[in-house]
Design a protein around this ligand. Structure first.
Ligand code: GNR
Ligand code: NI
Length: 175
């Protein structure tokens, strides 16, 4: 709409970058990562969504931003090179959506609790232990870094149904 809008565009499936494995952020990536983080939060809040992985904005780096906005207050989390170091045997099922599959939702089953090791925006090594929505969101975002979408956790039948419906809806919207 606005030709001056510099909001990062979010890639929509099927796009090859969404299927690619992202590479770890390294020492030489500091400048790009520092510039990207506020723009990723901006695109995520505008969408709106609760998480965004760099490959969704066309950057094949292992970088994620998350904000569940508890009580409508911003609580931004930056994850550089996140790794799941523990996942519970207990599973949980919840409805997921994805900004790269707009308008599509399905129940996804994943480990109920995870422990994630990462670096923050200052390069400090951190760990998060999560359950509930945050656990699902962390796994969903780390999947993006490995070229995996929530539809890859569904049956072939459900996945094909969603992919066809998305293609049709994008065609109708003229996107
Ligand atoms: O906004 C999002 N909501 C969501 C809901 C349940 C599980 C995961 C998510 S992440 C998603 C934003 C997104 O696509 N991140 O990659
Ligand atoms: Ni997503």
């Amino acid at each position: 709409m606005d030709p001056e809008d510099d909001t990062l565009a979010i890639l929509i499936a099927p796009h090859p970058t969404l299927k690619a494995r992202a590479r770890p952020v390294g020492a030489g990536d500091g400048e790009q990562v520092r510039a990207l983080i506020p723009r990723m939060f901006d695109a995520m809040y505008k969408a709106p969504g609760i998480g965004l992985a760099a490959p969704q904005v066309g950057v094949k780096l292992r970088l994620v931003v998350i904000d569940l906005m508890p009580d409508d207050a911003r609580k931004p989390i930056v994850l550089v090179n996140p790794e799941i170091i523990n996942a519970s045997e207990e599973l949980a099922t919840r409805e997921e959506g994805c900004l790269s599959l707009p308008g599509q939702y399905a129940d996804v089953t994943r480990p109920a609790r995870v422990k994630v090791r990462h670096h923050d925006e200052a390069g400090i090594r951190r760990e998060i232990e999560a359950d509930g929505l945050l656990a699902a969101c962390l796994q969903h975002e780390i999947d993006h870094l490995d070229g995996v979408l929530f539809t890859d956790h569904l049956s072939v039948l459900k996945r094909n149904m969603i992919m066809r419906r998305l293609a049709k809806e994008m065609r109708l919207k003229g996107k």
